[in-house]
Design a protein around this ligand. Structure first.
Ligand SMILES: [Zn+2]
Length: 286
């Protein structure tokens, strides 16, 4: 059904047995999210100094957790950052911005993944290593990002199902964003038709399911094999799959709502020709 370039790929529980020196130098982090928004782009963010700590990203298993407790595993006074053993803060990736919120009532200004750890930059005093902290997301913002992200899966699904056009890239922000397609036949008349179809999928209240599969199992899914999971580094053991039941299936690392009805009204706010074949569609949701 879908042949889209994966919006994001989550790489989970990968081989941690490779030697330390090799792990430090390896081109792809052992546990990371890398985006395949364009086929040539592979994330190669800078590495933190080698550390055995690994942050459990709670948002992978439950995107609706708004508050959590965690332990500080490392901190950097110079950078004003702390790493945690677990976090609900999405570190950004796949076109979705990182979360904002608070740790112990101190604002979290920035969140980023470095290697296996997720670091939180704070706008105030840092807790020290070993300390337990309470985290709280700016839920209003995150939920809008979840709705927006899911709206783009609906767009991918509809455009592939009905027009056979593939995604080549995209970016999203609060309640708006853009997505690029190889969509030679896109023209103004189609835009209203697509918009109508997007809102039909919202009204259809389709469940959005997340599961983690062994890579070998994921390769057996015909819809997924045509996405770019074959570009995953060989040491990846598991792949996170996000499915809008009956519409769209992707290997993906972002956060989504549980049902398309939560997205709300979708409007195509613009479209642009980026050449004969490449077209950009901009969305807004209410
Ligand atoms: Zn997604």
């Amino acid at each position: 059904m879908t042949d889209n370039i994966s919006y994001t790929i989550a790489i989970l529980h990968t081989n941690n047995n490779i030697p330390q020196a090799q792990q430090y130098r390896t081109v792809l982090p052992t546990t990371t999210i890398f985006t395949l928004l364009s086929s040539s782009f592979i994330d190669s963010r800078p590495y933190a100094p080698y550390s055995k700590a690994m942050t459990e990203l709670i948002a992978y298993s439950d995107a609706y957790i708004k508050e959590f407790k965690a332990k500080v595993t490392a901190f950097s006074q110079e950078e004003g950052t702390v790493a945690l053993d677990r976090t609900a803060f999405y570190p950004g990736g796949g076109g979705q911005p990182h979360d904002l919120g608070w740790l112990n009532h101190t604002p979290v200004l920035k969140v980023k993944r470095q290697g296996d750890e997720i670091w939180h930059q704070l706008g105030g005093p840092l807790p020290i290593e070993g300390e337990e902290v309470s985290g709280k997301l700016d839920w209003d913002r995150r939920y809008k990002l979840m709705r927006t992200h899911t709206a783009f899966h609906i767009l991918c699904g509809v455009v592939w199902r009905d027009y056979g056009a593939q995604v080549t890239g995209g970016n999203l922000d609060l309640l708006k964003g853009r997505m690029d397609f190889e969509f030679e036949t896109l023209r103004q008349e189609l835009v209203r038709e697509i918009e109508e179809k997007l809102n039909q999928e919202v009204a259809a209240a389709r469940p959005v399911q997340v599961r983690v599969l062994l890579k070998a199992e994921a390769f057996k899914i015909p819809d997924l094999i045509r996405t770019k999971i074959n570009l995953l580094p060989p040491n990846i053991k598991e792949v996170r799959i996000v499915e809008i039941v009956g519409l769209d299936l992707q290997a993906d690392g972002g956060t989504h709502v549980a049902n398309t009805s939560e997205v709300g009204l979708i409007r195509i706010s613009g479209y642009k020709s980026k050449g004969r074949i490449n077209k950009r569609i901009q969305l807004e949701i209410e």
